[in-house]
Design a protein around this ligand. Structure first.
Ligand SMILES: Nc1ncnc2c1ncn2[C@@H]1O[C@H](COP(=O)(O)OP(=O)(O)OP(=O)(O)O)[C@@H](O)[C@H]1O
Ligand SMILES: [Mg+2]
Length: 238
């Protein structure tokens, strides 16, 4: 049974039909990437999984159990953490306080939370040097690191990452993708939304291609990366 299984999902924003009968599965311990151009519906898919949007039709199952209609905090409690597009950090709180918020839904003891906080800071040493700094004054790349670190402090089974590489310098992008792989190797399942199809398909096990609200292709990441359509549309035709 996949950890996450989406089937026949339709989502509207008023009259805009943003997702059209989406089917998608994420197996435990895999990295699955969802690629597609601007406005394809990638962020909408993640927002629906994390309970911020309600689908009109279709099912979303975590471990075989429906999570449609549950409030976002309950979905977090079941093990899904979302590092949203635009980062969603609290600009007026410090780095440390933002990390603390990541742990709010956890019921385990302080020592376990502190261990995960420590692990996040090991992945992102720059954040450790800036614990007392207001998050709004971090650089773009540092804010992205904080969004991921905060999601990790929730100790998710499923991590939803929305464009973690957006707007970052090539060297930072490399670091972020390296860390995504490390997080996955430590046991976390990841659904990764990216416009950087090259890096995403390189790090992922499987991939889905979304075009104007529909899944038009899905395959092993390696096969997708070598398919002519994907190369033409998303990999600069090289
Ligand atoms: N709050 C909203 N109200 C109305 N329409 C919306 C809203 N949010 C998104 N949309 C529309 O839904 C469609 C899918 O948007 P979404 O943000 O999921 O795309 P995306 O694939 O994440 O794109 P990008 O790569 O640009 O982030 C777009 O046409 C967008 O204009
Ligand atoms: Mg988006």
């Amino acid at each position: 049974m996949p950890l996450l299984e989406i089937s026949g999902l339709d989502v509207y924003y008023g009259a805009i039909h943003a997702l059209r009968s989406i089917d998608l599965a994420v197996e435990e311990r895999q990295i699955v990437t969802l690629i597609g151009g601007n406005g394809a519906g990638k962020s909408t898919t993640l927002r629906t999984v994390s309970g911020l949007l309600r689908p009109t039709r279709g099912s979303i199952k975590l471990d075989g159990k429906s999570i449609v209609g549950l409030p976002p905090h309950e979905i977090v409690r079941r093990g899904v953490a979302h590092a949203p597009e635009g980062r969603g950090i609290f600009a007026n709180l410090t780095v440390d306080e933002n990390l603390e918020i990541g742990a709010y839904s956890r019921r385990d003891d302080r020592a376990a939370i502190d261990r995960d906080r420590e692990r996040s800071l090991e992945l992102f040493p720059r954040l450790r040097e800036r614990l007392r700094q207001n998050a709004g004054t971090l650089s773009g790349g540092e804010q992205q690191m904080l969004a991921i670190a905060r999601a990790l402090v929730a100790r998710p089974r499923l991590l939803l990452l929305d464009e973690p590489s957006l707007g970052l310098a090539p060297q930072v992008v490399k670091t972020i993708f390296h860390i995504i792989r490390e997080i996955n190797q430590a046991g976390t399942t990841i659904l990764l939304v990216e416009q950087n199809a090259h890096m995403a398909l390189h790090v992922a096990h499987r991939g889905y291609v979304l075009e104007v609200g529909r899944i038009v292709k899905s395959d092993d990441a390696r096969n997708l990366a070598s398919s002519d359509d994907v190369r033409k549309a998303y990999l600069g035709g090289v």
